[in-house]
Structure formats: structure tokens, C-alpha cells
Design a protein around this ligand. Structure first.
Ligand code: GTP
Length: 261
């Protein structure tokens, strides 16, 4: 099949804003506080990439780096069964879909580094249509605890992931957790690195500690940044960075069929 250069999110306004969906060959980052719905978004995208083409999917395999043990094939199948009942009612389809998602759970940055070589081989076989990393911040924090990791090592990872996207033309979706704006909610990760504080102001008003951890290279490596946030009990998905779209915000809800606008 001939694919366009995007994987549609099936979120109407968002696909329009992004001129088709999550683009192939670049990094798309999903940022937001704990519990906002980043993993729910990833599960939906994994499902969409694995669905047969006649249902609007990419009929592909998905590599899902699950650094926080949050992947749930049961939840993914629930999202699939609610969104595409006609497919998921077919005998064996749920199992077939779940079998297309290769879930890796690295417990350290070095384990992740080792798996990157295998991922590269898989991407070269052209069956993988989506690479998800949920989350980059978790991979770094497991290795380094409260300390910011070495920028040099991170720079290597960032370049490698970006080049994986470029040479394979696969869309790469990476989540990152940021501290909630609300002071009453405790941060999950504590990143400290004052050495590049001067760069922080230039990084699209991004969570300063995440920038400190991932570095300015990360902010620049990402082509599209979607920010999930909650205000007065309503969740919003914002297009915060895109070469094609102006900044936009869409209210969303999470139901049995996953994220919907
Ligand atoms: P962290 O990984 O902690 O940074 O959070 P996250 O942004 O990945 O959050 P996640 O995607 O896990 O979203 C959690 C939210 O999704 C919950 O607060 C629920 O509102 C919603 N959610 C999770 N599972 C279900 C489900 O089975 N049904 C419904 N309707 N909502 C769910």
C-alpha cells in the first residue's frame, strides 16, 4: 500500500491542524503532567498503526518502549472494541492486534541503549509503522535518580532517536512528564541542573526542569510538540510547536474509546 506521510490520530481538529496527523520521519512529543492522558494517547496511536488499512490503519507493527510499565493491552483492546466494534467482534482480532505491538520495558538507560540497536534492525525490515517511547523522562530518571544525566550521553540518544526516525521514515511518538502547574501537586520527577539555565527561557516556555534534564538539544530535536493539560476540570490538547500549525487548543475527554476531542 501507498501511505501518505502521516498517521492520522482520528482526532478531527488535530489531524487538520497537523495536515494529516503524526508525521513520518520526525519526533512528535507529547508533554503533560501525571495522569493527564499521555499513555492513553499512545495506546490509541498504537492501535491505529496496527489496524488493517481498510479501517484507516497502517496494518503495521508497533514498537512500544514502556519505561513506566503502563502499557495495557487490555485497555488498548477496550479502546479498539469501543472505537471499531465491527473489527474487534471478529474472531481472534483482539489477539491479532495485541500481537502486533512489541512492548519493551527497559529498566535503565543502558538497557534502552542496547534495545536501540535491535529497534534499528526492526525498523529496517519495514513492518514497523510506529515507534513509541513512554516516557523519555522516565528512562532518564531511572538511571540517574534525582540527578540530571550527562548532557553528552543524552545528546547521543537524542541524535540516535532522531536519525532512526529519519532513515526509517517511521513516526516517533515520545512522551514526557512535566510538573503540574498547580503547586499543590507534588512533582513526580525532580530534575535539577542549573548549568544550562540560560537556555531555559528560549525553550518555548517548557517545563524548566525537563529542559534541564533533556537539554536544549531535545527541545530542538522535536518537530511537533503536543501539550496535554487540565484547567478548571477540563483537559486540553494544545499544538505547542508545529511547522504547519499555529498554536491551537482542543478540549478533550477520555472515555472507553480512549481520547476523544
Ligand atoms: P503519567 O504516565 O503518570 O505521566 O500519566 P499519563 O499522562 O500517561 O496518564 P494516563 O494516560 O495514564 O491517563 C490517566 C487517565 O486516563 C486517568 O486519569 C483516567 O482519566 C484515564 N483513563 C485511564 N484508564 C482509563 C480507562 O480504562 N477508562 C477511561 N474511561 N479512562 C481511563
Amino acid at each position: 500500500e501507498e501511505f501518505s506521510g502521516h498517521i492520522p490520530t482520528k482526532l478531527n481538529g488535530l489531524d487538520e491542524a497537523l495536515c494529516g496527523g503524526i508525521p513520518f520521519g520526525v519526533l512528535t512529543e507529547l508533554v503533560g503532567p501525571a495522569g493527564i492522558g499521555k499513555t492513553q494517547f499512545c495506546l490509541k496511536m498504537a492501535l491505529l498503526a496496527s489496524l488493517p488499512v481498510r479501517y484507516g490503519g497502517l496494518n503495521g507493527r508497533v514498537i512500544y518502549i514502556d519505561a513506566e510499565s503502563k502499557f495495557s493491552s487490555r485497555r488498548m483492546i477496550e479502546i479498539g472494541a469501543s472505537s471499531f466494534p465491527e473489527i474487534f467482534n471478529m474472531q481472534g482480532m483482539a489477539r491479532e492486534m495485541a500481537g502486533r505491538i512489541v512492548v519493551l520495558q527497559p529498566t535503565s538507560l543502558s538497557e534502552f541503549t542496547e534495545s536501540l540497536q535491535q529497534i534499528k534492525v526492526s525498523l529496517l525490515q519495514h513492518e514497523v509503522k510506529l515507534l513509541i517511547i513512554d516516557s523519555m523522562a522516565a528512562l532518564i530518571s531511572v538511571e540517574h535518580g534525582q540527578q540530571a544525566p550527562r548532557q553528552q550521553s543524552l545528546g547521543w540518544h537524542i541524535s540516535f532517536i532522531k536519525s532512526l526516525a529519519e532513515f526509517s521514515r517511521v513516526p516517533v511518538l515520545v512522551t514526557n512528564q512535566v510538573r503540574s502547574q498547580h503547586r499543590d501537586q507534588a512533582p513526580q520527577y525532580s530534575f535539577q541542573d542549573s548549568s544550562n539555565a540560560g537556555d531555559l527561557e528560549r525553550a518555548d516556555k517548557y517545563d524548566s526542569r525537563l529542559v534541564a534534564a533533556l537539554g536544549i538539544n531535545w527541545a530542538h530535536a522535536v518537530t511537533i510538540r503536543l501539550v496535554l493539560e487540565a484547567k478548571s476540570g477540563q483537559r486540553y490538547l494544545k499544538v505547542a510547536k508545529s511547522p504547519l500549525s499555529p498554536p491551537l487548543a482542543f478540549p478533550f475527554i477520555i472515555t472507553s474509546s480512549g481520547i476523544s476531542l
